[in-house]
Design a protein around this ligand. Sequence first.
Ligand SMILES: Cc1cc2nc3c(=O)[nH]c(=O)nc-3n(C[C@H](O)[C@H](O)[C@H](O)COP(=O)(O)OP(=O)(O)OC[C@H]3O[C@@H](n4cnc5c(N)ncnc54)[C@H](O)[C@@H]3O)c2cc1C
Length: 528
Amino acid sequence: MDIPPRDAPAALVWLRRDLRLADHAALSAALDDFPKVHLAFVFDRDILDPLPGQEEAGPLAETPAAAQASGDPGRVAGAMRRDRRVEFIWRSLAELDARLRELGGGLHVLHGRPAEAIPALAARLGVAAVYANHDYEPAAVARDEAVRAALARDGRELRTFKDQAVFERGEVLTGQGKPFSVFTPYRNAWMKRLVDADLAERPVRLGGRLAPPGSAGTGEGGRTASPPALGLLPLESLGFSVTNLSELGIEPGESGARRALADFADRIGRYRDTRDYPAVRGPSYLSVHLRFGTLSIRAAARLALQTMRGDPAAAEGASTWLNELIWRDFYFHILHHHPQVVDHAFRPEYDAIRWVDGAEGDALFEAWREGRTGYPIVDAAIMQIRRSGYMHNRLRMIVASFLVKDLGIDWRRGERWFAEQLNDYDLAANNGGWQWAASTGCDAQPWFRIFNPVTQSQKFDPQGKFIRRYLPQLAGLSEEAIHAPWMASPAELERAGLRLGVDYPMPIVDHAVARETTLKRFAAARST
Ligand SMILES: Cc1cc2nc3c(=O)[nH]c(=O)nc-3n(C[C@H](O)[C@H](O)[C@H](O)COP(=O)(O)OP(=O)(O)OC[C@H]3O[C@@H](n4cnc5c(N)ncnc54)[C@H](O)[C@@H]3O)c2cc1C
């Protein structure tokens, strides 16, 4: 790639899932190559317009459905959706914009389609090149190719960098140069390849290097290129309103990520022993920051590695946590090398499974996503995701397994619903997690191993603390009864003030029967 002339006016750094100013590969490279930089973010209509909104994300004056029912076009236009991710991004950008303004710059925030918006902004600013970080999702790869082609038509380059992963694409391969499909050898090869430079902070020194707002109105449009006064489009102008993000204590932005990382640094030594218990503050809760890049993956991995090297008492916890970060790279690797997993089973034989569909499938799916299965651990987990946009990893495995192996529903339906709900939704990790639980993926749970939701509950929420938090109607049940209320004696139910079938449903399936049906379903697909 040619290095542009030093007197080239400026570069444009296009932020996507890297909403920070520290340790940022594309920004660091742009500052190496150009004397001045602009920064921009596009609220992408192709992503935002189809978002349905999250039912339990906070109060809303009027839902799109109610407005639609009124038949009043004015009300339809004014109806808002709530989506915690959109608010998270918006607030992270507001913080970033404020910081840029302190330094004499400002963030260009656009609402449109990147393939048009980015080349148009680049032209207006008169920049020589656009810098961005790699994204591995097929739709994002196609988007970036479209932007690259449009920029090239104007004689501009799109330069992209690894930032989201520690190792990406073909960097970790088998001895035969092939992609891995099993995690443990991938992890071993990943560890073997790692040197300190891979995790080194990418320097970003912005002082005096930001193109001031309004300074570059010399582009083809001839108009001033300064970002609007606030630098940001109001959330409402995007069709979204404020959610319960603040109530949940989720702090967006780089400052939120820094605080969450520092909080976890004190607990990392206990991670291995606590991470499987949803009632305990065991995991890092950093996934939303890693998703939107308010935290750099290198900073996260540095914490793990430094703890492993410098604190023997915490080393095991840190090494277990590093493993999870490697799973994240692993699923990017799988998505990059096998993009067909987006719509298909990684193991093609499982595309032949006959799932429960039609009215019966719809009814079972509705009961699952509304937390009405009658299995308390499953229903409590569903309440957690609906109210907070987060679900504990152990619970993600339990509810995914339950949908697929107890209810016989196609994993893709669950995957899509998670995609709407999760703050940390990431195509690679979500698809990987669902295919793991459904036994259709690479290195997945074997098809004949089926989680028993009652024993999982007894093991990982032994006192029912998590269940009580999300299903207060069961709070009066004893530790023994809370995992399977239908087994409780009438006297116990009466003591707990619980009317089964009224206050809380009877189980919608019998696990033992469902298990047998699932084994037959998988066996039939394997034999075709
Ligand atoms: C069905 C299912 C769906 C999932 N969907 C997603 C998703 O959309 N987005 C997502 O980030 N994770 C997903 N996961 C993985 C995991 O559940 C979450 O990353 C984790 O619960 C996030 O909480 P944490 O940050 O406290 O995790 P921690 O336990 O503190 O882990 C640290 C980080 O490691 C990464 N990580 C951990 N476990 C995994 C994993 N199995 N695969 C990939 N990365 C991992 C995440 O970035 C996480 O933030 C899914 C798992 C399952 C079983």
